[in-house]
Write a protein that binds this ligand. Structure first.
Ligand code: ADP
Ligand code: MG
Length: 465
């Protein structure tokens, strides 16, 4: 767990990056912020190395203030941030003169040459760096993710694959990457001899294409095939590119044949990975498929409480409840919301209140409110089951309409910030206990009834698209 009072500058850098990532999202983060490297600290000034002049300008204009703000909030001694173009990247650039060249603390950025072109790459270079915060200890378990967590823990503690592959899927920001890193941390902790490689499907493709280009696919293959536990994140990106699919598939089969463990993640189920060839798709579903469901109110509360503890901040329970009920999209946004509030409180020295949260999170709240409405849910369910809209509000109890009605209530509870009484009202003025019963009923049934679970998934995806 990262403590805010840490004096370790590297540690602070990790923390600042973590917060930025939550705030700006993965895409912007990997484009602009991941390639930055901490160079050194110089009095009250932190010097950060940037690969190119272009990136320096962009980061200076868009992120420098934020980096400084976040940094000052965890270490008040830091007052300015200097962005220094890495000497090799652009020797003529003005900023190099203004900021003296950085010393050798530079780590190679993940976006460039992870595998040395002409020598045998170390296995570690094959994978991506692990986020130290993503452990089982920091992962909050609740109904929506308990199955996936149990499966992940099982893998982390087994020397032989208990199921192969583990296929984790779920919407964006629900903890897939966190769980994969947690597996890697635990395996490395317990048994340093096991070779673990975690990487994104994009990086896998990138490395493969690179090997093809340098005519060194043998090394590539051998390296991958010597891994004990291979985790490939976001395989929905492997679609298209035939040769990469082929190679991925071969690697996959070889590892499985050799009794090595594979963990795969995607934002959809194996059967919905439309870009993949059928045989690969079906092969991916042979092991254990564990899906991470959208968060529930209870899980959001739990996550916020855990997070507040990690940050060592007091947040009034009413504000925590407010956030849990209003930021329903995903955990990433929820964390981002919390960071913004905490940060705001620390710079303005004001206490955290609902009013303040409302002000600071205006845009986020609006975006979350704009999400799915109960009417949209009812319409989607009615269409899916070819029943009548009136059945959503009617008192009819025949299963053919009662079940879809319960599913609609369940979806309303999960996908909208509406309270149980509010939901009941939209379903013909039903009592909140009826809604609660429907939610429990569907939760129970999804565990037993594959068809119903698939229907629910399809509906959820349709509504959230
Ligand atoms: P995904 O890979 O599914 O898009 P991530 O694993 O990147 O999502 O999670 C997004 C953020 O939310 C991360 O910062 C992660 O630590 C956090 N997170 C997600 N689920 C949980 C959870 N159950 N408990 C604690 N943090 C979580
Ligand atoms: Mg992810």
């Amino acid at each position: 767990m990262v403590l805010p009072q840490s004096t370790d500058i590297e540690h602070q850098w990790t923390q600042v990056r973590g917060m930025l990532r939550v705030e700006v999202g993965d895409t912007a983060y990997s484009t602009w912020l991941q390639p930055l490297d901490l160079a050194h600290i110089d009095g009250d000034r932190v010097v950060i190395a940037v690969p190119t002049q272009f990136m320096r300008d962009w980061v200076a204009a868009h992120y420098a203030d934020r980096i400084r703000g976040l940094w000052t909030s965890i270490n008040p001694a830091v007052r300015t941030i200097a962005l220094n173009v890495r000497p090799t990247a652009s020797p003529a650039s003005g900023s190099v003169e203004r900021f003296p060249a950085a010393p050798a603390v530079l780590r190679p950025s993940e976006t460039e040459s992870p595998v040395p072109a002409n020598e045998t790459a170390a296995l570690e270079d094959l994978g991506a760096r692990l986020d130290p915060r993503f452990t089982f200890e920091t992962f909050v378990v609740g109904k929506p993710n308990e199955f996936a967590v149990a499966a992940a823990e099982r893998i982390a503690s087994s020397s032989k694959p208990p199921f192969n592959p583990l296929f984790l899927y779920g919407g964006v920001g629900l903890g897939k990457t966190h769980l994969m890193h947690a597996i890697a941390h635990r395996v490395k902790h317990h048994d340093t001899g096991r070779r673990v490689v975690y990487l994104s499907a994009e990086k896998f493709m990138y490395q493969f294409v690179r090997a093809l280009r340098s005519k060194d696919t043998m090394t590539f293959k051998e390296l991958f095939r010597s891994v004990d536990l291979l985790m490939v994140d976001d395989v929905q990106f492997i679609s298209g590119k035939d040769s990469t699919q082929e190679e991925f598939f071969h690697t996959f089969n070889t590892l499985v044949d050799r009794g090595r463990q594979i963990v795969i993640s995607a934002d959809r189920s194996p059967s919905d990975l439309s870009g993949l060839e059928e045989r690969i798709r079906s092969r991916l579903g042979w092991g254990l498929v564990a899906d991470i469901h959208p968060t529930t109110y209870e899980l959001r509360l739990g996550i916020l409480q855990a997070k507040a503890e990690q940050l060592r901040v007091e947040i009034p329970p009413r504000v925590v409840e407010f956030l849990a009920s209003r930021i329903t999209s995903n955990v990433r946004e929820l964390e981002g919301a919390m960071n913004r509030i905490v940060h705001q409180a620390s710079i303005t020295q004001k206490t955290i209140s609902i009013d303040m949260a409302q002000e600071v999170l205006k845009d986020l709240l609006r975006a979350n409110d704009r999400r799915v409405t109960i009417e949209e849910i009812q319409k989607a369910v009615v269409e899916h089951y070819s029943i009548r809209m009136a059945d959503m509000t009617s008192a009819r109890r025949s299963r053919a309409v009662a079940r879809p009605r319960q599913m609609a209530m369940y979806l309303a509870k999960h996908l909208t910030p509406r309270s149980l009484p509010e939901i009941g009202k939209k379903f013909g003025g039903r009592d909140h206990t009826t809604v609660m019963h429907a939610v429990r009923q569907i939760e129970k049934l999804t565990a037993e009834d594959r068809v119903l679970a698939d229907d629910l998934d399809a509906l959820r995806r349709k509504l959230q698209a």
